[in-house]
Design a protein around this ligand. Structure first.
Ligand code: NAD
Ligand code: GLY
Length: 363
């Protein structure tokens, strides 16, 4: 088991990463000085695999869990589901000193976190991520929220958990496509912040694809360390935290124009990272060979790295990017790589250049 500390003053917490940790959840929560009663928010797929173990472990630790199960999928990140969760927590007599356990992928983490942040003006939150994406990204750093018709994650809060428990054994039941989608975020950490991690991923991709627990433990913990370092420096994304969005400017727009759900998030940001790698080569001199390595590694992870760019599709993408939260002074802002392991944020890139890169290179 590895432990990563997120030091944020009185909002500090630990991330524990390892195999077989769900059975120790009650013990871990027992060290946090929390009330006996807790709400476990999960989705109907995760529940079938892991809820029994979590409830048993919490009871064994002396807690009294109330379970709230929501439908699996992005659509659960909405007001009506938040409202239902609040009502069920109140019916289960959760109090100010109670806590919420979010057991699931990024959807349950964002939703459950938002419910915890708002129930009785905030109760403690324990994140128990069960997808690779949630273990390396969404459960860490405190962004919680839900979607509006107008767009994803438009309502939310920064609300740090009291603890993150990433049990690698839960990844054993994750569908292959979801697992590979999470690998896009893993590759991203190497690309933006750690050239050694990137090289390690090049060497150990087979072990990762085989979900070998030893490889997973050190890689997931390293990704959490990188995210923790970034969040500790810039919790509210006024600067450096933006580097976590490498590949996401193009990736989010691509998800939007393809229709959410067609491309998984990780698939869209794999293509986005390659496009933003080309932009990095054109704008700040990233070596062409580095873009090839990035594309090669994402491809070995079983992710798409290119899509067919017609002129009409490029225009739709540019339009979607214009409504992105990252637009400033009328220019879309990108995270670019100066080399593998080193990212710069806030680069304004003109639409002409984006158009020419997409039409010229993405073939
Ligand atoms: P998800 O939560 O929808 O999970 C994907 C699918 O896998 C779901 O069907 C789920 O039921 C199933 N699943 C989860 N764990 C499983 C397991 N162990 N075994 C079997 N099935 C399992 O998707 P995700 O990719 O984890 O998260 C995507 C969400 O995360 C998006 O809403 C995105 O906005 C959010 N996100 C948030 C942050 C943040 O910082 N808060 C960062 C990145 C992404
Ligand atoms: N997923 C990006 C962030 O947490 O800032």
């Amino acid at each position: 088991m590895r432990t990563v500390s997120v030091r944020l003053g009185d909002r500090s917490y630990e991330i524990v990463v390892g195999a077989g940790l769900l059975a120790r959840l009650g013990e871990f929560c027992g060290g946090l000085d929390l009330g006996r009663r807790c709400g476990v928010i999960t989705d109907d797929r995760v529940a079938g695999h892991w809820l029994g173990l979590v409830v048993e472990s919490l009871r064994g630790g002396g807690f009294d869990p109330v379970v709230v199960t929501v439908p699996a999928g992005e659509r659960a990140k909405c007001w009506s589901v938040v409202h239902r969760c609040h009502e069920l927590l109140a019916a289960g007599r959760l109090e100010r000193g109670s806590f919420v356990v979010a057991l699931g992928g990024g959807v349950v983490g964002d939703l459950g976190g938002f419910v915890a942040a708002t129930y009785m003006r905030g109760v403690a939150l324990v994140q128990v991520p069960t997808t690779l994406l949630a273990q390396v990204d969404s459960s860490v750093g405190g962004k919680v929220g839900i979607n509006l018709r107008a767009g994803k994650n438009l309502v939310g809060a920064f609300y740090q958990p009291r603890l993150v428990v990433a049990d690698l054994e839960t990844l054993g039941t994750l569908p292959e496509r979801e697992y590979r989608s999470g690998l896009a975020e893993v590759v991203k950490y190497g690309a933006i912040a750690d050239a050694d991690l990137f090289e390690r991923l090049e060497r150990e991709m087979e072990g990762l694809l085989g979900r070998e627990l030893g490889v997973l433990e050190s890689v997931v913990a390293r990704c959490c360390e990188i995210k923790a370092e970034v969040v500790m420096e810039d919790e509210r994304e006024s600067g450096r935290r933006a580097i976590l969005n490498f590949g996401h400017t193009v990736g989010h727009a691509l998800e939007a124009i393809c229709g959410y759900g067609r491309l998984l998030h990780g698939e869209a940001i794999a293509i986005g990272q390659v496009v933003e790698g080309w932009l990095s080569a054109r704008c700040i001199g990233l070596e062409r060979g580095a873009v090839d390595r990035l594309e090669g590694l994402l491809g070995r992870a079983g992710l798409p790295t290119r899509t067919r760019w017609t002129a009409a599709r490029v225009e739709r993408l540019l339009m979607a990017m214009r409504s992105d939260k990252k637009v400033r002074d009328g220019q879309v802002r990108f995270v670019l790589l100066s080399r593998l392991g080193c990212a710069e944020w806030g680069h304004g890139v003109g639409e002409e250049l984006v158009r020419s890169v997409l039409m010229g290179e993405a073939v």
